[in-house]
Design a protein around this ligand. Structure first.
Ligand SMILES: [Zn+2]
Length: 412
């Protein structure tokens, strides 16, 4: 682990500009096969003080090998994500006029879910870059050629030599994970043809602040993006950020369009920058009050949980996403509060949550305990409606930890 001293986007010194400190946690995806001591790392955020930037970033950068060794997330396991990527591919194909001769590279390609959508829509020349070997092998087995690596200049050059220039490079939910954004962006430029376009999707800080989605702050997410700093960054890198859209992924994301040539810039870009300034996203005070809102919400949730227990409810969790770890530590919840956590993806079942060591079990557990009164705290709140709808016959209680929205199951 090392501490960042400068802004990843503009180089301004940030070391004395910590604006938010959450309790230290283990790596959010470090689910373990048996309870054991796990190292905890600080979760402090720095706000770049440059009046033309204002990028928000994690102060502590944990080495990627520590973070990704135990990586157990696979995008294809969630049906709504597959649909999202299908729409995404179709839109990119229309916008850029891609066809069977076009070449598409996806960075952080995971199990190949997005590239599969391009192939299914006739764009068959695709290549993935994915550091987690196990997940890359799943992609390969589904016919998506994948290089097992972190994106770096050597990997970019190798792909350029082997396959020629790319018409499109995509990166989804990875631009928040990369410590060295300059190096990653030049690598993207190396791979792109002169008229090529880079599209990336990343969680949008405006939505995080507005919706109090603080649990999306964890060590894998080293950067919390807004549009204003990115416009200047890409300009400095010799590229043009020419369009941006807000999309609902992960509680609110932006899809950013960047060209390696000059393009007419959509008025949407200036509009979003204006709204970011109006929301004071570049002011330290915004994050002080954000911290206060987190503490208030934690207090409300603990009181709510305590009163449920007084009323005879037993507690479990639903969903074991990475953000569960930040939520548990920030709200001071632990294994005394939860008996088990139900997870749909088989990859995490049989493991224990990072640091708090709550057993992760499959959804069949709900049927086993149906005779008792259970309340399920939905850690995967971005799938709250899907989860509740998918268990319509369950008699327990559902609770959204961020809104305290509460739904009674059938029998209650
Ligand atoms: Zn900056």
């Amino acid at each position: 682990m090392h501490e960042r001293r400068t802004c990843a986007l503009c180089g301004t010194e940030t070391v004395d500009h910590v604006v938010l400190s959450l309790p230290p946690t283990p790596c959010a995806n470090e689910f373990v096969d048996k309870p054991k001591d796990q190292a905890r790392y600080p979760l402090d955020l720095q706000l770049c003080p440059s009046p033309r930037c204002g990028h928000l970033q994690l102060a502590a950068v944990v080495s990627p090998s520590t973070l990704f060794d135990n990586y157990v997330y696979a995008s294809g396991t969630s049906p709504s994500f597959v649909q999202h990527f299908s729409n995404y591919a179709r839109r990119a194909i229309d916008l850029l006029g891609l066809d069977e001769k076009s070449f598409v590279i996806d960075i952080g390609s995971n199990d190949g879910t997005l590239l599969r959508q391009f192939v299914d829509h006739g764009v068959t020349r695709v290549h993935g870059v994915e550091p987690a070997r196990g997940i890359a092998e799943i992609a390969e087995s589904r016919g998506i050629p994948t290089t097992v690596a972190f994106l770096d200049p050597a990997v970019a050059l190798d792909l350029r030599h082997r396959f020629g220039p790319a018409d499109l490079v995509t990166a989804n939910n990875v631009f928040a994970h990369i410590g060295d954004l300059e190096q990653a962006t030049s690598a993207v430029r190396t791979m792109l043809g002169s008229r090529g376009v880079f599209i990336f999707e990343v969680s949008y800080l405006a939505d995080v602040v507005e919706g109090l989605l603080f649990d999306t702050i964890y060590h894998e997410h080293v950067a919390y993006h807004t549009v204003r700093p990115l416009v200047r960054f890409f300009d400095r890198m010799g590229m043009t950020l020419f369009d941006v859209e807000r999309v609902p992924t992960h509680g609110g994301s932006i899809r950013v369009y960047v060209a390696s040539d000059n393009r007419v810039v959509s008025p949407r870009v200036a509009e979003l920058v204006k709204s970011e300034e109006a929301a004071a996203l570049f002011s330290a005070r915004t994050y002080e009050s954000f911290g206060e809102r987190i503490r208030t919400q934690g207090k409300r949730l603990r009181e709510h949980v305590a009163s449920l227990k007084d009323d005879g409810w037993r507690l479990c969790g639903y969903g074991a996403p990475a953000k569960l770890t930040t939520l548990m530590y920030s709200f001071a919840l632990d294994a005394n509060d939860f008996e088990f956590i139900v997870e749909d993806s088989p990859l995490k079942r049989g493991l224990f949550t990072p640091g708090t060591h709550i057993p992760v079990v499959g959804p069949e557990k709900l049927a086993e305990v149906s005779a008792q009164r259970y309340c399920a705290l939905v850690f995967a709140w971005n799938y709250y409606d899907n989860i509740v709808a998918g268990h319509a016959d369950w008699s327990g209680l559902w609770l959204n930890p961020l809104t305290l929205e509460r739904l009674d199951g059938e029998g209650s």
